[in-house]
Write a protein that binds this ligand. Structure first.
Ligand SMILES: Cc1cc2nc3c(=O)[nH]c(=O)nc-3n(C[C@H](O)[C@H](O)[C@H](O)COP(=O)(O)O)c2cc1C
Length: 212
């Protein structure tokens, strides 16, 4: 499935082009526990090189695949791995992180993460921050990644449909070689495709925060 939640064909993600519209934009990158987390390093690096302020939040499972230090080094900002440690703010961390974002991406988005978001669960730092993101103001893009059997489970397909109905955007997953050494549908879209797909959101003027 491609671009289920209203994302059209990806645009160019050439570094110079990216810099023209990503500079100064606030982007949250949520990383959940899939092997494709290694590809997210490239997304974070490219956004940071383009001048975006990238905040990375990782589930506990994600830290088994890539270390928080890697994302901290690539983004130049602290990485959030728990809801309970307030690194920068006096406010509840998830509320302050969700405010004023131009864009949020979850890559990879696990089967578990899709289920939590579709059901309104918030028991890890990624889903908790996203629960406080007003999607009428800030687009949230999910890049699912999982084994093809996991992707084709009725529960996953139900959750994806629900998420699209709820206003989340989907990029991918793609088809091809999977970490489980099979070929099928479920691999995370390539960083270039994800960057090209989110470009339209970064090109928009900075969203106005609702309320006060
Ligand atoms: C080696 C390994 C690779 C995994 N890869 C994936 C994956 O690509 N996609 C997925 O949905 N789950 C994958 N899982 C399972 C998730 O890590 C597991 O469901 C975890 O609870 C997800 O937690 P999170 O959604 O909070 O990050 C993998 C597990 C292991 C041990």
């Amino acid at each position: 499935m491609r671009a289920a939640g209203g994302l059209g064909a990806p645009q160019s993600a050439d570094p110079q082009v990216l810099r023209a519209f990503a500079t100064g934009k606030r982007v949250l990158v949520g990383v959940t526990g899939g092997i494709a987390a290694y590809k997210t390093c490239m997304i974070v690096s490219r956004l940071a090189q383009a001048g975006a302020n990238v905040t990375v939040a990782m589930t506990e499972a994600a830290t088994h695949f890539v270390t928080p230090l890697t994302f901290q080094s690539l983004s130049g900002f602290p990485v959030y791995t728990t809801a309970w440690e307030h690194i920068e703010s006096k406010d509840p961390q998830h509320i302050s992180l969700a405010k004023g974002l131009d864009l949020a991406i979850v890559a990879p988005a696990t089967m578990d993460c899709l289920a939590k978001l579709a059901g309104g669960r918030t028991d890890d730092v990624v889903t908790l921050i996203l629960s406080a993101v007003d999607r009428r103001v800030t687009p949230v893009v999910l890049a699912p990644a999982m084994n093809d059997v996991m992707w084709s489970q009725p529960s996953t397909q139900r959750n994806v449909k629900q998420l699209v109905d709820d206003g989340f955007y989907m990029v991918g997953p793609g088809e091809g070689w999977q970490a489980c050494r099979t070929v099928g549908t479920g691999r995370m879209s390539e960083p270039e495709e994800i960057l090209g797909s989110i470009r339209r959101f970064l090109e928009r003027p900075k969203p106005k925060t609702r309320g006060k």
